[in-house]
Design a protein around this ligand. Structure first.
Ligand SMILES: [Fe+2]
Length: 356
């Protein structure tokens, strides 16, 4: 019997999201004792996104331990490598936000905004000066609009290095602090007029559907550096095709054996469900990908789990996309601890990918 309870996430009126669960009764830090790891892992695969309640006292090192125990054969480092490597080769990822390692548990990353307190697990008197921004969008979000509560999905993605290491099975994100009001409106800003309301400081999710069983993608070396000068669409989905990708010389040294080739559709190892997991590709297929994903990127399919302080949200990166949503600093600080680990094996598709 699992040592915790699982309930579906409450579904809001008009929503068609059919994923997400609340996990209760899990003792903080009980990762060596009675916790049934297999049951927890299967719960994540089955529900795609879970909110684990009551983890206020979880220590950063315990969060990392949990992550490593999910996937004990994986290399024991964050999927994006150490903080130094991330800041060097992170491209659009490190350019758009400041990421700090927690002292003594560097694989657990502090992400957030504003003042983080006098002593945050050894990080002293720190104000995050480079919070998440919308600078990456090809059409500008004006400061006045943003300050008045008009926001966007920053960038739809899965947490995946797409070079050297394989994509994480799961990402864990512990909410330590976030504002809960006032309400913001997330606008698509793509001419569709679509928008949804949200509390500040949440993460949005949607599930992709499979339609491309026989397709695969080869990613550029250091893909986020490769697209470091690119800009995104205002609805947060995909890259705008403006010819801003880096040349091979700009990427510096890279190793052929670290280049990743993955199927477009990734199988859920527990349920066998398919997910369409492409986040970027060459210009000629971007329009094709956009048409497919655009059908799902609608308010009724987007889930914004109301994570409270002390909750750990865990999602299956192989099965869904997520996006951060920024809010004006005047709403108050946000402190989250994020950790994931590059999986010990590459994603598996319904059809084998040809060898490099
Ligand atoms: Fe992410």
């Amino acid at each position: 019997m699992p040592t915790f309870t699982v309930k579906p996430l409450p579904q809001e009126a008009g929503k068609k999201t059919n994923f997400g669960a609340i996990v209760d009764g899990m003792e903080p830090g009980n990762i060596d004792g009675n916790l049934d790891l297999k049951a927890l892992r299967d719960t994540i695969w089955a529900n795609k996104v879970i909110v684990v309640k009551g983890q206020k006292d979880l220590l950063p090192i315990q969060q990392w331990e949990l992550v490593t125990r999910f996937d004990p054969d994986a290399p024991q480092v964050h999927s994006h490598g150490d903080v130094k490597t991330f800041n060097k080769n992170g491209g659009i990822l490190s350019a758009s936000r400041e990421v700090l390692g927690i002292p003594g548990a560097e694989n657990v990353r502090l992400i957030g905004k504003c003042y983080q307190g006098a002593d945050h697990y050894g990080i002293k008197d720190r104000t995050i000066t480079k919070p998440l921004t919308h600078d990456w969008h090809a059409t500008k979000l004006f400061d006045d609009d943003f300050e008045n509560g008009h926001t966007r999905f920053q960038r739809w993605h899965m947490d995946a290095p797409l070079y050297e290491r394989d994509p994480a099975w799961f990402t864990t994100l512990r909410c330590i602090k976030r504002p809960t009001s006032p309400t913001l409106a997330i606008h698509w800003d793509d001419g569709s007029g679509l928008k949804i309301d949200t509390e500040p400081g949440l993460t949005a999710f949607f599930r992709n559907k499979a339609i491309a069983d026989h397709s695969w993608v080869e990613y550029a070396p250091y893909p986020y550096k490769w697209m470091g000068k690119c800009r995104g669409n205002p609805n947060g989905l995909d890259v705008a095709s403006e010819g801003l990708e880096a040349s091979a010389e700009d990427l510096g040294e890279w190793k052929d054996e670290h280049v990743k080739r993955y199927p477009m559709v990734w199988l859920n190892p527990v349920t066998g469900e398919k997910a369409f997991q492409v986040i970027d590709d060459v210009v000629k297929i971007r329009a094709w990908v956009k048409a497919i994903q655009g059908r799902i990127l609608r308010p009724e399919y987007i889930m914004l789990p109301k994570v409270e302080e002390g909750d750990v949200i865990i999602w299956a990166d192989w099965q869904c996309f997520h996006s951060a949503i920024d809010y004006p600093s005047k709403y108050g600080p946000r402190t989250m601890h994020q950790a994931n680990i590059g999986a010990f094996l590459a994603p598996i598709g319904p059809v084998p990918v040809p060898a490099n």
